[in-house]
Ligand binder design. Structure first.
Ligand code: NAI
Ligand code: MG
Length: 354
């Protein structure tokens, strides 16, 4: 029997709850589609950091590396300064495992209400691909004369042909399996150096995919087009910062954080990819059972698809969508069921839906 080894980092706040619900659904899918999953839980996140002073050490990285994929809930805790866990764990793993492509589907499921008028399941089905290791997030910079009126902060942005080509290739391959259209989103009119490199790479890669159309939209214009005309996009490829922003815009368009899923892909397969809901640890609702696990379940579906379990992935997505459609509210006390109950309901639906 096929067997997949999953590393599980529940993390903080609602992270462990939504991840447990997602695993309930994944196990149901495994049972139905004839494969096995075994899981290793990693005790990482705020509690671990407060207890040990360590966010992530090399032995943990090497142990994670032995797995086929990583499921992550969320990290972040009001007791820990912002960035320590988020950068120290998530960004560190994206870099250590060369997860250079962040995949964020923006899909409005039937029965889920978009806050944007005119957005329908028929016109809202696109994927944002965000470069995940470079750009302004590469981290370099300096501050001089800090705390004085002469303070100067420099924040460097890194763009390489290698990483850009990797994600642009990924975009064209994905578009071939979808509606065959790639849109580069950048700010080539202002960020001329990075922008030219991106455009050159897209133009070069496009010559090898003559069956895929490509066009270009500025990042600011994307903030107008994505909510008002999502149907014009199929695969959007963009840099780290723009991708962070427009994919959150996409999450809003598709009904909010309760339904937004993501994958951090290592396109070469040299290390595990990591799958996580877009939302954070939601300390405001943690421990109450008010978190919607759909985003975590949909992220787990992306994981199964990557592991080659396409039928199980489609079943998991369909089950999550069908449960989402019947919720009176997408989050909070009005959801009509707890996180755990929703996990079980999605799992039941996986086994009964065709
Ligand atoms: P958040 O995504 O945790 O929460 C934003 C709002 O959405 C809150 O009102 C929350 O209750 C609600 N929400 C989020 N997920 C939900 C779900 N599944 N069901 C129902 N409601 C949900 O973002 P916030 O509050 O800015 O950050 C909280 C912590 O999470 C911070 O420490 C932040 O750094 C961290 N964070 C971690 C991320 C990660 O692990 N990838 C991503 C984003 C934030
Ligand atoms: Mg973000």
């Amino acid at each position: 029997m096929r067997k997949h080894h999953l590393a599980v980092i529940g993390g903080d706040g609602i992270g462990p709850d939504v991840t447990a619900a997602a695993l309930t659904a994944v196990r149901a899918a495994a049972g139905k589609f004839g494969f096995a999953v075994d899981t290793t839980e990693f005790d990482l996140g705020a509690e671990h950091f407060l207890r040990t002073g360590v966010v992530l050490d090399d032995p943990a990285v090497e142990k994670l590396r032995e797995h086929d994929a990583i499921l992550l809930g969320a990290v972040g805790d009001p007791r820990v300064a912002p960035g320590i866990l988020e950068r120290g764990l998530i960004v560190a793993l994206r870099v250590a495992f060369r997860q250079s492509v962040n995949v964020r589907p923006v899909r409005l499921y039937p029965g889920v209400e978009s806050p944007v008028k005119g957005v329908t399941p028929e016109n809202c089905d696109l994927v944002v691909l965000r470069e995940n290791t470079e750009g302004l997030y590469a981290g370099g910079g300096s501050t001089t004369h800090a705390g004085t009126p002469h303070a100067v902060a420099l924040q460097n942005s890194v763009t390489t042909v290698a990483a850009t080509t990797e994600i642009v290739e990924f975009a064209f391959r994905l578009a071939q399996r979808r509606r065959r259209r790639v849109t580069l989103c950048h700010k080539t009119n202002i960020l001329v150096h990075a922008g030219q490199l991106w455009q050159d790479v897209v133009d070069e890669v496009a010559t090898r995919y003559s069956d895929v159309e490509h066009d270009y939209v500025h990042a600011d214009a994307m903030c107008l087009h994505l909510p008002t005309n999502p149907g014009r996009f199929d695969v959007v490829v963009t840099d780290n910062l723009f991708g962070d922003i427009i994919s959150d815009l996409g999450a809003t368009v598709q009904g909010g954080l309760g339904v937004a899923a993501s994958a951090n892909h290592n396109p070469t397969g040299s290390a595990p990819s990591m799958f996580e809901p877009v939302h954070g640890s939601a300390p405001d609702i943690a421990g109450r059972g008010w978190a919607n696990p759909a985003a975590a379940v949909l992220s787990a579906a992306l994981c199964l698809a990557t592991l080659g379990e396409r039928d199980a992935a489609l079943a998991l997505e369909a089950a999550a969508a069908s449960v989402l459609a019947e919720l009176p509210a997408l989050a909070g006390p009005d959801m009509g069921a707890t996180t755990e109950e929703l996990g079980r309901r999605i799992a039941d639906r996986v086994t009964t839906v065709d």
